[in-house]
Design a binder for this molecule. Structure first.
Ligand SMILES: *Cc1c(COP(=O)(O)O)cnc(C)c1O
Length: 219
């Protein structure tokens, strides 16, 4: 199947209210344009430089989501245009995003990444780090970032029950947070291998790459 057919069939299958981020990392502009020409506008990248290069070359009505781990010294390159940063997992990073957003007179929407997987290689905050960040005076003083939701990645495993449990855990944190902060509305969880489980557990934003664009080659 073509990129176009994959994208259309996945979009038809998603319930109302679930936003698709088409993850185009490592893929060339022509592949992104094939998806764009179906009317799709939201694309996700995990490397700042690659996203900047694609933003420069591709149509300006694309909404670029940064889904990967962000190094603080790279924030300045994307502050002008990034629509949503998914992987915010420290106050230091948030401070830098705030500072760079201010230079462009923007408020950058961000998701806080929670650590829900068993593997310790996956980035993210735990419950107490999340509350500490949100309650800090430094965070309250930031005018150029807006926390609009949470993001998480489940353990890479064939054990569906475990994946389900991890997503359900993130959903429960999301629900609790939403009672205190009404601007929290996005729950970004689910990738090609696990998005149906994520949606069943309450995801409203899925990040899908290989099921749309095919397997990635890393050289
Ligand atoms: C690459 C990536 C995805 C998409 O992965 P696929 O398995 O290709 O769908 C989703 N989220 C993050 C954070 C990624 O880095």
């Amino acid at each position: 199947m073509s990129i176009k057919d994959n994208l259309i069939s996945i979009k038809n299958e998603l319930p109302n209210g679930v936003t698709l981020v088409a993850v185009s990392k490592t893929k060339p502009n022509e592949d992104i344009l094939e998806a764009y020409n179906t009317g799709h506008r939201i694309f996700g990248e995990n490397k700042v430089q690659e996203m900047v290069a694609k933003w420069e070359e591709l149509p300006k009505d694309i909404e670029w989501h940064m889904i990967g781990h962000v190094q603080r010294n790279k924030v300045k390159y994307m502050a002008e245009f990034v629509s949503l940063i998914h992987g915010v997992d420290s106050l230091k990073l948030l401070k830098e995003i705030n500072k760079q957003a201010k230079k462009h007179d923007r408020v950058i929407p961000c998701l806080l990444q929670m650590h829900i997987a068993e593997e310790d290689t996956k980035f993210g905050l735990d419950d107490s780090e999340l509350s500490a960040l949100l309650q800090s005076e430094a965070f309250k003083a930031m005018d150029n970032v807006k926390i609009v939701g949470l993001m998480g990645m489940a353990t890479f495993t064939q054990n569906e029950n475990q994946v389900r449990k991890e997503f359900a855990h993130l959903k429960s944190i999301f629900d609790q947070l939403r009672q205190k902060l009404p601007e929290i509305s996005i729950l970004s969880m689910g990738m090609s291998g696990d998005y149906t489980i994520a949606i069943a557990e309450g995801s409203n934003m899925v990040r899908i790459g290989s099921s749309i664009f095919g397997a990635r080659n890393y050289h």
